[in-house]
Design a binder for this molecule. Sequence first.
Ligand code: MOS
Length: 717
Amino acid sequence: MRVDAYDKVSGRALYGADRVLPGMAFAALALAEVGRGRVSRVDTSVAEAVPGVLLVETRFDGELASPGFVMGGGFGFQSLQPMVGDHIAYRGQPIAIVVAETPVAATEAAEAITAEYQPEPFALHLDSEGATTLVQEEAIPLPFLADIKVGDPDAVIAGSPVQIDNVYEHPPQHAVPMELNGGVVEWQGDTLIVHEGTQNANAVRYGLAQQLGIDAANIEVRSPYLGGGFGQKNSLLLHIGPAAIVSRRLGRPVKLVLARPQTFHNGSFRPATKHRIRLGADESGRILAAIHEVDQQTSRHDLFPAMHTEVTGRLYGFSAFRGRQRLVQTDVQTPGYMRAPFESPSMFAFEQAVDELALAVGRDPVELRLANDTDTDPITGLPFSSRHVGDCLRRGAELFGWSGRNPTPRSMRADDGSLVGWGVAIGNYPGNVAAAMATLTADADGRITVSVDGHEMGQGIRSAIALHVAQDLGIPATEVIVQVGDTTVGTQHLTAGSWGTATALPAVHSGLRELRKLLNVADTGDVDVASAVSVAGHPVRVSVDSLGPGQSPDALAQARSGHLAIAGPVFPGFVIFSWIAHFVEVRVEPTTCRIRVPRVVSVADCGRVASPVTAASQVRGGVVWGIGAALREETLIDDRFGFLNTTLEEYPVMVNADVHRIDVDFIDKPDYQFNPVGVKGLGEVSMVGAAAAVANAVHHATGKRHHRLPIRLEHVL
Ligand code: MOS
C-alpha cells in the first residue's frame, strides 16, 4: 500500500516548484565558465534589454552570509556562497541571477550574460598536479573520522599464506533526481515562505536565517514531497538565498528552477575515490586481517568527511583491521552524499577483493563469505544487535539457484552463445537514528493526524507511518493523515542516512502510547477513535520527543536549532548495521561484448519490514543504481573546464530496457534493541554490494577482472 500514490500519479501532490502564486516572477542563473579564477567584469547589458526582464543581480556582498557547511556545524551543502566576492572556485559557480516575467525571458537573459575572468590554475582529479592530499584524522580531528586500528594487520597479512592487494577506482557520479533543484520563495510581510523539495527543511530554515540575518521564527519551509533526494537535497542549496533576496526586492514571489546541466555544478555529487584493499587469509579462505585505505575527493573550501572504512571494517570476523582515509582537495563544488555514498564504492572494492580471494583459494564465494561471518563487531568488540547476513546469503543462494553454478570462469553459456556469469556480494549500512518529535491528534471523525520529523522523497515514509498507526489502532490507513517536511508543523530534521523509518516510527509509536492514555483506552488492541474522542469531549492531542538508544537529550535542542542530531551505529552495549546479499546474472554477448543483467536476487536484513510494498521498491531501486554504477554511470571531466557530461543524454542512468528481473526478499526479523518497532534502515543498504556483484559476475562470465567502474564494453572487448 502506498498512501500517497493516487495524489502523486494524479498530479494532486504539489512538489516545491509546482506552486503557481499570484504575481510570481521567474528567475534563472548564469554560471561561470572558467575552472577557477577571479571574475573581473560581468556584462549584463544585453540581458537587461531582454523584454520582460525585471532585475539582474551579480553580487550580494554584505547581504548574504555563508550558510556554513552542513558537516561542519553549518547548514549548506557547501560553505561557499556564490555571488559574494569575485572569487570563482569552480566551473559552473553562479555569477548572476536574472528575474523576468516569464521563464523563457529569464533563461534568454541569463544566457546573454558574459563575463571576463582572471583565470587561475585548477585541479580536478585525485592525481592532478595542485590537488592537495590531507590525512583525514589530522585534518578533521573527530573520533569517528579517525583511522581505525585493530591488532597489527600489516604483520598478520605479511605472515598469511594467501594475500590479496589491489587498488580499485570509483569515478565521480551525480545524482539526477527527476525533480530538478529549485522551488518558489515568497514574502508575506516579514515572513519568508520557501516551497522547495528538500530532505532538510530545518536546515533550509536556519541556514536562510543565518544567511539573511533574520530570525528563523520568520521563515517557513514547506517540502511535502520530493521527486528524489538521494542526498543532494540534504541541506541548504545555494540558489535559495539569492532567490529570497530578489523576491524581497521585487515584492513578488519568485520561482527558480535550475536547468539540468546547472544541477551538475550547483549541488553535491559522489566524489571520486581510490581504494587499496589488502587481505591476508589462510588456505581455507578465512580472512585473518584486512587493510582498507581510501583517497576521496573533496573541494578546496570544505572537507567532506569520508566514512568508507566504517562499513568494510564490519563486514567479516577480522582479528586485525586497519582503515585510513585521506581527503584530496580539488577545484569543484563540495561533494557530498549520494545514495550509499561511501558504502557502495567501498563494497565495489572490498567485495571484489573477497571474490578474488575465493578464486585464489578455490572456494565457493558464498561458502567463503559464510565461513567469515561473525556475531561480534571486530572494531568495538561489541555484539551486533542483529546480523542476519548469513541468512541473506543462504536464502539468496536458494532463490537464485546458486548450486547450479560452475565455478570456472568462462564456463557457462546461454543458448544464444552469450557468456553467462553469476556473481555474489554482500553489503552493510550503519544503523542510524535522529532525535525526533511527533505530534498526534485524534479527531471526532475518527481520524488521526500525525506530524513528525521526516521528508517524503519517494521512499514511502508516509505509507510506513500511516501503516504503523493503522495497525496499532486497528483503523484503515486512509484515516491517518501524515504531515512531514513542513516546518510549520514540526522541526523537520534531515531525513537521510536511511534513518527515516527508524526515526519517525519509534517517535510515532511512543506518541500512540501517550494518545491511548489520554483517550482512556488500553495500551494495545483496536480502538474506536471517534467514540473515544467523543467521550473525551474534544480532540485529543499529544506531543512526544524521541531519542536513539542512549542518545543525549541535548540532541533535541540541537535538532530544534537546525543542526544534525544523529546517533549510531555504535550504541551503549551493541552495534547496529543493516545487511544485504545480492546475486546477479550477467550475459556477455560474445562479439559486441554487450553486458546485460537478466536477473538479480537480493535478500535484505532491515529488521522488521515496516511497509512491504515500499520496502521492496526501495531494494529494486537500490539494485538499479548498483547496475548503473557497475555498467554506465560516470561524471566525465574535461581538463580544460570541469564536469563535462551534464545532461541525461550524456550521463547515462539505467532505463527500463537495462533492467530486467529483480527478485527481492527480506529476513524480516525485528531488532528490538534498536527501537520498540524493530526496524532498521533499508534505503541505502539496498544498493550496497550490488555493483560488486555485477563486477564479480562479469569476471565469472569473461575471466576478466575490472578494478575501475564503470565496466563498459570497450573494457570487456
Ligand atoms: Mo542519503 S545519501 O543519506 O540522503
